[in-house]
Every structure is written in C-alpha cells, then in structure tokens.
Design a protein around this ligand. Structure first.
Ligand code: ADP
Length: 435
C-alpha cells in the first residue's frame, strides 16, 4: 500500500508539473496548475462517487468498479475483503443451519434464555413438549410460560446440580425432567427430557411392591399368630420341635417387619407426597423416641441423651417424621456396643432446623456412605443378622426428608462412631408460643 501511495503521489506531482509547464508554455503557469488541480479534483470526485455507489450495495452491483492507480488498487482490495466476508458469512450461516437442524432433530427440548430468563431461541421439540410458539413467545419470560412455582424456584435458585421433574404445561400427561446449565453472562441453556415412560415404569414398580406387600401381609399375620401361640406353649411341644418353632417364629416376625417397612416406604414414596403440614412438636416427639430407644437398649444400657437449643417446631407429617427419627435413633442403638453413648440434638440456625443423632458405635467406612440410603444396602452384611434390621430404615428416612424439602447428611469414621443429621429448610420451622 505504501508503494502504491508513493507511486500515486509521484504520478500526481508529475501530472501537476506537466499542466504547470503547459501553462508556462502558454505564458500562464497559474492557469496550468489550476487546470491540473481541477482535473485531479474531478477524477477524485468521480471515483469517490463510484466507491460510495458500490459500497451502498456491493453484492447487487454486477461488477466491482475498475480504475487505474491507487483507486484501482483500492477497488481491488475492497472487492477481496467483500469476497472474504461473504465466504465467512456463508460458512457461518451453513454451520448455524446445521446446528439448528441437529438440535431440531433432538428428541429433547432445548431452550436458550438470557440472564433475565427472556427466551432467545428454542428447538422444535421444545415447542412440542412445552407448547412454545415461535411467532408469539420470542422474548417472553420463560417463567411466564412455565408457571409451576417449583420451576420458578428452581430457575431462580441457580443451583442446578439436580434436575427438576414436572408435568408439561402444554400436555399434562407428559412428565418432563428439566436440567439447566449456565453459560456466558448468566445466560441459561435449558434441556427438557420426556421421562414419561421411565416414570410409568417406576410407578409400576412401586405399585407392584405395594400390592405384593399388602397381599402377603394377611397370610403372614395368620402364620405369625399361630407361631406365637406355639412359642407361648413350647412346654407342650416335643423337644425336637422347639428349636424349629422358635426359629420359624423369629423369621416370620422379621418378615412381618420387612413387609411393614415396605408398605410404609411405598406409602411415603407415592400416596403421601402431599405431606400433612401440621405442626410437629419435635422436642416432645424426640423425648418419646429416646424413651423407646432406652427400652430397646435394655440390658445394653446405652447412655441416651437428648439436647435441644430451643422450642422450634416443624411443619410436616408427624407420622412420617416419627418413622424417620426413630429409624435413626434405633439404628444408633443397634449399631453401638453396650454402654455406648447416643446423643440426639434438635437445633436451628439461619439455614433451618437440624436433627442430629450421634453415636459412639463402630462407624461406617467412607466407601459405603453414598449408597447407605439405597434399599437393602448394608455397610456390613455380617453384622445385620444380629440386629434384625430390614435394610429399609435409611431409605425411609431419605424419602421422608424429600417429602419435607430436607436432606440427610451422614458423617462417620470407622472406630469413632457415626452422626446422621436431618436438615430442614427454615421455611418449615415454626416458633412455638412461650409456655
Ligand atoms: P438396617 O435395617 O440394616 O439397619 P438401614 O437402612 O437402617 O437398614 O441401615 C442401612 C445400613 O447402614 C445398616 O445395615 C448399617 O450397615 C448402616 N448403619 C445405619 N445406621 C448406622 C449406625 N448408626 N452406625 C453404623 N452403621 C449404621
């Protein structure tokens, strides 16, 4: 460019010098110079006009303007830049079309919103699953279109580690799993998956377990009843039958406990999601449970203490809470050697209410902690035979806490004992009136 410019300058000076010499020849050098400058000005104006015409719409004009010297160079460079720009634009457009085509082919709904939740883009499946419309919903706030309070709370909380499940606002029979990811400056990418089939299978599994448990309960009650009578009258039985009858009775009581827990778990999981939100007096409840735990401990003489830092009550279903808390305290009794200490505490802080059950038992290896609340998962299968547990206790605790918007924290170290803490959100706490 530098070279072209110096060439242009040289040519201009030569041209002006030529017209000036011609002026000298005719005895008017000033006229010659003025005529030269005038020609240069007209030439420049003409090319500026052509350039502005071409720049106004470079793609519809058939040809790029042609010229000599620096203007010719300028037109050529601009033409190349325009070609590059067109190629890049076409390439990007093709790529965007491809991405849109592939996301439209996805069965999951994909939605992009800005930092405030205004809808920027969504694919065809999102229209199908959530009922969005392209011509009217562009720029609308997603929380105005998915009006479920749970979705608004999930969207605003910005804690997207766990997905959210909800019914489709457009087709209530469709069950959706929503997962949000943050990108850019707090923009959100929302993926909605149709999990209706999975949900139906899960429902079928729950119904099956619940129905089988109910069906088995009646015959088992009859068997247990007769066995109990036989155990009460073992003196009348031949000696060779006594041991067998006692073992049968123990096993049938275990089965009864198992069925009771299965029925309770399926009831907590399904039918009673809408928990009865009466106020539960946790202090009173825990004192009763600790008393029952002392009876369970019997000769083992565990030292069971209950501490409370206030008179906060809990909004929730007392029956479910009793099952969860007693499972934790009875587990502490079962898994702590005789004369061990069990400390139960109920306290609250700015984060909510917390019920902690701490023992000085054998503790649990870290590897087992994440799976402990699974049904029938046992940290130490050799130990459970003595305790007579059903393997469902912590699964019941977990589901009761889910129903009460809470969660279970398990802290344990082998040889140092365990601590199970039920955390409840502050919205579930109710201050008790002073006595
Ligand atoms: P179980 O009927 O076997 O007690 P749970 O679901 O209540 O079933 O507990 C699951 C497993 O967690 C138990 O088998 C036991 O290995 C472990 N566990 C629960 N509570 C304690 C505790 N306080 N100390 C040590 N291990 C425990």
């Amino acid at each position: 460019m530098q070279k072209n410019w110096s060439q242009h300058l040289r040519n201009t000076i030569i041209g002006l010098a030529g017209t000036t010499f011609a002026g000298v020849y005719f005895g008017h050098p000033i006229y010659g110079l003025t005529a030269g400058l005038g020609i240069y000005l007209l030439w420049t104006l003409y090319h500026t006009y052509r350039l502005s015409q071409w720049l106004a719409d470079p793609n519809t004009m058939n040809e790029t303007p042609q010229s000599l010297g620096i203007w010719g160079n300028l037109f050529e460079k601009l033409h190349k830049l325009n070609q590059n720009y067109l190629q890049t634009r076409d390439r990007l457009r093709a790529r965007i079309d491809r991405i849109q085509e592939s996301t439209n082919a996805m069965r999951d709904g994909v939605i992009m919103t800005d930092a405030h939740g205004a809808m920027e883009w969504w694919n065809g499946s999102a229209e199908d699953l959530l009922g969005f419309r392209h011509n009217t919903d562009q720029g609308q706030y997603i929380c105005n279109l998915i009006r479920t309070p749970a979705f608004k709370a999930y969207f605003d909380a910005k804690n997207y580690r766990e997905p959210l499940e909800l019914h489709s606002p457009a087709k209530p029979h469709i069950h959706l799993q929503i997962q949000i990811s943050l990108f850019g400056k707090q923009s959100r990418l929302i993926v909605a998956k149709d999990v209706t089939r999975l949900h139906q299978l899960e429902q079928m599994r729950r119904d099956f377990v619940s129905n089988v448990s109910h069906e088995m309960r009646t015959p088992l009650t009859v068997i247990s009843g007769y066995l109990e009578t036989l155990v009460d009258n073992t003196d009348d039985l031949p000696a060779k039958w006594r041991r067998a009858i006692n073992t049968m009775a123990t096993q049938s009581f275990r089965m009864e406990a198992l069925i009771t827990d299965l029925i309770l778990l399926s009831r907590i999981e399904t039918g009673e999601k809408e928990v009865n939100d009466t106020t539960t007096n946790v202090n009173g409840l825990m004192q009763q449970i600790c008393q029952d735990a002392r009876t369970l401990s019997g000769e083992n003489q565990h030292e069971i203490t209950f501490n409370t830092s206030g008179r906060q009550q809990l909004k929730g279903d007392e029956k479910q809470l009793r099952s969860a808390f007693s499972n934790l305290v009875f587990n502490a009794v079962k898994y702590t050697p005789a004369q061990g200490q069990i400390t139960v505490s109920w306290f609250s802080n700015s984060e909510g209410g917390h019920l902690s059950v701490k023992d000085t038992g054998a503790g649990i290896e870290q590897i087992h902690l994440p799976r402990l609340t699974e049904r029938f998962y046992r940290a130490d299968p050799s130990r459970h035979k003595d305790t007579g547990g059903t393997g469902l206790g912590l699964a019941i605790v977990k589901h009761v806490l889910i129903n009460h918007d809470g969660n279970l924290e398990i802290l344990s170290r082998v040889g140092e004992g365990s601590r199970f803490i039920c955390h409840f959100p502050a919205k579930r706490l109710v201050s008790a009136a002073p006595e």
